[in-house]
Design a protein around this ligand. Structure first.
Ligand code: UTP
Length: 221
């Protein structure tokens, strides 16, 4: 099975770099590589990126420059995953999704171009490589009918149609923005009907479940 994973900065780089998590996650990847899975992984920036972006914004007041700063941080985080997967992954961060293909060695990306988040990089990667599955690893259990941080009665949506994902997406881009998924990524998933799961990756077992085809998080299909 060929899988694209978008490893959210909320899990690996918030509030600081989560070294133990990177170790645990890379062990899981190695385990699944040994049984024939292949991976492309896109790493996010998290609070670390937001700290850099906020300073860049104060210094420059230039959103494109802030995005470029964010991209650099995602690539730094990507290098840490490459370090943990030494021997199993290409040793340079891949900087473009065009023509991306699955190979036995893991391919690792961060951000690519300004004006989006790594959500879009992962969706593009899944489209280009014709992935069987796209997984968004976040720090919440999946997609809720309303913001669970504000509403106590928010309900987790277990299954959602491709068409509906767009309603939960964020249309306006600003460097360091937070949200379920950006609009561009939601459109790519919808138009290419990419089977996608949003899950809470803080518990690594949830990622394992998704890889094994067990029910977890929110499935978009
Ligand atoms: P992230 O994808 O990490 O943003 O990229 P995020 O939405 O904050 O997600 P978490 O926190 O990782 O879960 C960090 C920032 O880098 C820039 C954007 O400014 C983004 O907010 N970026 C990233 C780009 O401009 N282009 C990209 O392709 C990726």
């Amino acid at each position: 099975m060929n899988v694209v994973i978008c490893l959210g900065g909320s899990v690996v780089a918030s509030p600081k770099i989560n070294k133990e998590y990177i170790k645990e996650f890379s062990s899981l990847i190695k385990k699944f590589l040994s049984i024939g899975y292949r991976f492309i992984i896109v790493v996010g920036g998290g609070d670390i990126a937001r700290e850099y972006i906020n300073i860049a914004r104060e210094l420059s007041n230039d959103e494109t420059l802030c995005d470029k700063v964010g991209i650099m941080v995602t690539r730094m985080n990507a290098m840490l995953l490459i370090s943990a997967l030494k021997g199993y992954a290409y040793e340079d961060v891949i900087t473009d999704t065009k023509g991306l293909k699955f190979e036995d060695k893991v391919k690792i990306l961060g951000g690519t171009v300004p004006g989006q988040t790594t959500d879009s990089v992962a969706a593009e990667a899944a489209r280009e490589s014709r992935a069987d599955l796209l997984i968004y690893v976040t720090n919440v259990d999946g997609i809720y009918d309303k913001d669970p941080q504000i509403y106590k009665d928010a309900r987790l949506i277990k299954r959602m149609k491709f068409e509906d994902l767009v309603n939960y997406s964020i249309r306006e881009h600003k460097a360091g923005i937070r949200g379920v998924i950006d609009y561009k990524a939601a459109m790519i998933i919808k138009e290419n009907r990419i089977k996608t799961i949003f899950l809470n990756g803080k518990d690594i077992k949830n990622i394992e479940k998704a890889l094994l085809g067990e029910e977890v998080g929110t499935l978009i299909s």
